[in-house]
Design a protein around this ligand. Sequence first.
Ligand code: SAM
Length: 321
Amino acid sequence: MLVDSYNRVVDYLRISVTERCNFRCQYCMPEKPFSWVPKENLLSFEELFEFIKIAIDEGVKKIRITGGEPLLREDLDKFLKMIYDYEPSIDLAMTTNAYLLKGTAQKLKDAGLKRINVSIDTLKPDVAIKIAQKDVLKNVLDGVDEALKVGLKVKVNMVPMNGMNADEILDVLEYSKKRNMTIRFIEYMENQFASKDISGLKSPELLEIIGKKYKFSDDGFDGSSPSHYYTMEDGYRFGIIEPYEDDFCKKCNRIRLTAEGNLIPCLFFDEAMSIAESIKKGDIKTAALVLKEVIRTKPEKNRWGGEDSESSTRAFYETGG
Ligand code: SAM
């Protein structure tokens, strides 16, 4: 079992399989093209799998594939199948923008994928173009329909932003509710790659908007989920991810691995240790020691918001959010 210095059991590994993305979401990525990590610096799926085996043997029970956009990486279904075949009980999930999901959802499910989280920030085609800087909405919604059709569990992520999609909070919630998909509103986290004029809505503002139409009760936090959950009178649950709240970190059970092999104990801080060299050399023992050191040095808490607030210098598209 992996237990950090604050007695938190770490059993969740998020793997960003590529930093590349087919969207340019204003809250995540710079507008201008930039240089990507050269492909030869990325760990192959076989190399990532070598590390995954160590992590599973040490007690990891949940793996989420993310990015960038994970569906941009070829043969993702084969990678999922490698993980599933090694440990069929693994909770195998993916976070995606769903743009490429139509036509691939069945293959991914057959490979062992159980759940996906899809980013849907708007239901208006013109707003989608503004946010993602590309005409994306139809593909995204078709991708979601197909995922539901093949039986994947789907959650929706929305980042509510003033002057952008704040007027669609109820619309996206109702779209999700109608399809029995839990929606989680993610409070915008400042970062140096986002467009400068973005301002996100905070939890009290979101609750006020939803409260004007629906009654709900506060369920608090659920297990190790970073989401604060609320239940409506008809039983539908929605969540708000509030990285500025203490509870967000208190139950943190996750570490992150980038496509280059950097193992990151906390999304906020820049600290990371590389497993690339040891994995490439087949030195499993050293890779396992690096994993344990990353767990040992996992910080107690992020510093988003509050008096000593700063922004992480690492991009969300690199770490997978
Ligand atoms: N391409 C995939 C997607 O669109 O979901 C996966 C990568 S994306 C970086 C993962 C998650 O990070 C998305 O739900 C996105 O909304 C969230 N995210 C990115 N930048 C963020 C920010 N500045 N604040 C809050 N959430 C952010």
